[in-house]
Write a protein that binds this ligand. Structure first.
Ligand code: SAM
Length: 237
């Protein structure tokens, strides 16, 4: 059997079902899925949106706090955070202009333009200096897409911008696995010792507070739920 017909005999029914589903979607729904695919599997978009605000509120986030969302993408997590925080208290930083274009559309479509969110385009965080400090920094599914030098710049940025006593939460892959690709980014596994040394170099400490599943993330996909949630602390002055 030729390779294509062998694949088709295995996947044919599901390919046809997917085509039928695609044909049934409204243009608005197709646009929504396309937008959601910028930041991961569209079928998990809502769960990952709801997880982010639920986690941060449990971690003590209050409307009067200031938060920087590193790698904010299209505002999957950002939308409920912007709605919750006081105007002007959310800053998103994102490397891809096309993701930010969709983020700005999300703000308009969700009636959030008056919340005065700041969206910054940039990938080299060593160069970024914002005129404010933050109570919380957040990077959901971002650090494992950064090469080591970019990550170093990111942690330096966090250390410069967290107020004394501020915290930075980020999920990562801990362990040893061959790096793979997601869009133009790598997907990297690192050891906990790597993160400890990184934090110390920037005057912070870091602890592993549990798997994503243990902190309320329920995707049903072990490769997602087994990621670890890290908490970096900037010491109080
Ligand atoms: C998996 S997506 C997650 C997006 C968002 N945090 C969310 O939960 O929807 C990872 C995001 O990190 C962004 N990113 C990767 N490297 C970055 C960097 N060096 N600076 C800023 N953003 C970066 C990507 O462009 C992408 O939008």
């Amino acid at each position: 059997m030729r390779r294509e017909s062998w694949i088709r005999s295995l996947l044919g029914p599901s390919i046809d079902a997917l085509r039928r589903l695609g044909a049934r979607l409204s243009p608005a729904e197709r646009r929504r899925r396309k937008r959601h695919a910028h930041v991961g599997p569209p079928g998990m978009w809502e769960m990952k949106r709801d997880f982010q605000i639920a986690f941060l509120r449990k971690a003590g986030l209050q409307p009067g706090h200031r938060l920087v969302d590193i790698g904010c993408g299209t505002l999957r997590g950002g939308l409920p955070l912007i709605r919750y925080l006081e105007p002007g208290h959310y800053v998103g930083v994102e490397a891809r202009e096309e993701a930010l274009t969709e983020a700005r559309r999300e703000l308009e479509e969700n009636g959030l333009t008056d919340k005065d969110a700041t969206l910054v385009h940039g990938s080299d965080l060593t160069q970024l200096n914002l005129p404010m400090q933050f109570d919380y920094a957040w990077a959901f599914s971002v650090l494992f897409h950064m090469p080591d030098d970019v990550l170093e710049g990111c942690i330096g940025f966090v250390a410069r911008h967290l107020r004394p006593g501020g915290v930075f939460y980020a999920n990562v892959h801990v362990g040893e696995r061959k790096s793979r690709k997601w869009k133009q980014f790598p997907v990297v596994w690192r050891s906990m010792d790597f993160y400890r040394s990184l934090a110390i170099r920037h005057g912070m400490s870091v602890e592993d507070i549990g798997s994503l599943a243990e902190v309320g993330h329920d995707s049903g996909r072990p490769s997602h739920d087994e990621q670890r949630m890290l908490k970096f602390n900037r010491p109080a002055a």
